[in-house]
Design a protein around this ligand. Sequence first.
Ligand code: AMP
Length: 143
Amino acid sequence: MIIGQILKSKGRGVMTARPEDTIQEIALRLSSRKIGAILILGDSENVVGIISERDIIRLIAEHGAAALTMLARDGMTRDVVSCTREHTLDEIMETMTKGRFRHIPVVENGTLIGIISIGDVVKHHTAEVELEVSAMRGYLATG
Ligand code: AMP
């Protein structure tokens, strides 16, 4: 399975914010949308960073309540690993495992077209495994 197929079923909607937004604004958006990460876009709508709930916890641990008035640009991860529609589910699983993160933006010609979370990966991987199991059962039954 490739990432383009997953995007077709889940849609291209991605929650984004700006480098000038405060951590409190970002926490509010993560909470109201029940999501774990938000992508930070620059002036030309390119991905310049990502902030996940883990970053917010780290900022609060380091700065206390002052973390809430800090800006996204001061707490975001800047070297964002992205993928394309052509990447496979297996490749994305490996990238998330090796990089120890749970979100990967999907980018095409420099434009953000979606995001894949660990939840999407688990859902589609499980479906793939179930399909394989039922194919094997069919094969064994007819063999
Ligand atoms: P997560 O597991 O996605 O909540 O993120 C854990 C840490 O990895 C946080 O510091 C995130 O900012 C960072 N992170 C999340 N996704 C990515 C990504 N695609 N590329 C680089 N860093 C990431």
